[in-house]
Design a protein. Structure first.
Length: 367
């Protein structure tokens, strides 16, 4: 099997209701979908969708420029040799893992279809037919965030992530206390600052909330800042944006900076890289998520497949953007949330086939 063509598509993703974090707000995104075409009549799809240009050093135009640089060197390769394919991408362009992730996802899709197996089967096997998800509550007033937390618990979500930061720390402290009062015992809580807190405010918030069971996710902007205050915090610390690749994950673990991770699939380079992170975390008994910053059914399916292979005791869930997006790429096999859980796709590969009318014409074609 050889790659004969690679097509790149733009898909508009309006963000219903908007999405606000400490450092950015988004109301409209453009996702980049990649199609790998082979000489065996098997195609695979991948996707990458940065949530704006400031959440991470990723942006939509950067992903497309990187793909234009990388893709010509991949024509003629066997996409099932995923390790070799990733080395060929690295030889063509340094960095830009979030763009390469779309190719990696598509290669896993092709491999699954070629062998007649789901991606999760190729990754070691699913732990069940469904996996847990979690709901991310965007920055709003303490009263609004508490109300939404209670509603999401009633809907069946086992975990919520509270977006904090970008405002007076006293309002964040009040929010956390109000949320804790609003929900019943059993719901796990993560307070996610998206790198926005000063070391002073991170200490202040954690100590003022010391009696509340929660995770403090990505409180500060650098590993050095987290290292400086680690012993003064009262809560487990999860790393998210700073875990940019496998090397960063290993550094954070070896330096004792974290108790878990919020992992983004495209950020680290795709399914292949996230599988490595999964295995490292299993070796050190560290919990983590398997999700992404944004995207449609393709990214959602990829995250669900990896998440399905994580030991349940270490799995914090897979976040997908479905609650904020209208419609699906594949209306017959959509990736949906029901009662706080997501069904693992059952078809070979990723288990979804995008409706080509929703992709439109390619914005770039190679081969």
């Amino acid at each position: 099997m050889k790659l004969t063509a690679i097509n790149v598509y733009n898909v508009d993703l309006p963000v219903a209701g908007g999405y606000k974090m400490a450092t950015t707000s988004v109301s409209f995104l453009q996702s980049t979908v990649v199609e790998l075409v082979t000489d065996s009549d098997i195609t695979g799809f991948g996707e990458t969708c940065p949530v704006g240009p400031v959440y991470q050093p990723h942006h939509m135009l950067g992903a497309r420029a990187a793909l234009e640089e990388i893709v010509p060197s991949l024509i003629g390769l066997d996409p099932r040799n995923i390790g070799q394919l990733n080395r060929a991408m690295d030889a063509a362009l340094n960095g830009s893992r979030y763009a390469k992730a779309a190719i990696d996802i598509a290669a896993w899709d092709i491999s699954g279809k070629s062998y007649g197996r789901r991606v999760c089967d190729l990754l070691g096997g699913a732990t069940g037919e469904t996996i847990p998800t979690y709901y991310s509550i965007t920055v709003a007033s303490p009263e609004e965030m508490a109300r939404e937390a209670r509603e999401r618990q009633l809907e069946g979500y086992p975990r919520i992530q509270l977006k904090i930061g970008g405002r007076d720390v006293e309002e964040d402290i009040e929010t956390i206390h109000r949320v804790k009062e609003a929900i019943k015992p059993g719901m796990r809580v993560a307070a996610d600052a998206n790198r926005s807190l000063t070391t002073r405010d991170a200490i202040f918030l954690s100590q003022r909330c010391r009696n509340i069971s929660m995770v403090l996710e990505q409180p500060c902007n650098s590993m050095d800042e987290i290292a400086a205050i680690r012993n003064q915090l009262c809560h487990p610390v999860y790393m998210d944006e700073l875990a940019e690749d496998v090397s960063d994950v290993m550094r954070a673990i070896s330096n004792g900076l974290v108790d878990g991770f919020g992992m983004k699939l495209t950020r680290v380079g795709g399914i292949s890289a996230l599988r490595t992170v999964r295995d490292i975390c299993e070796a050190r008994s560290l919990p983590h998520t398997c999700d992404d910053a944004w995207g449609g059914d393709i990214i959602a399916a990829a995250c669900v497949h990896v998440g399905a292979t994580v030991a349940p005791t270490r799995f914090e869930g897979t976040w997908i953007a479905a609650p904020y997006i209208e419609g699906n790429y594949d209306e017959e096999n959509p990736v949906l949330i029901e009662r706080g859980r997501i069904k693992v796709p059952t078809g070979p590969g990723l288990g979804i086939t995008p409706d080509r009318s929703k992709l439109g014409s390619p914005i770039m074609s190679f081969g």
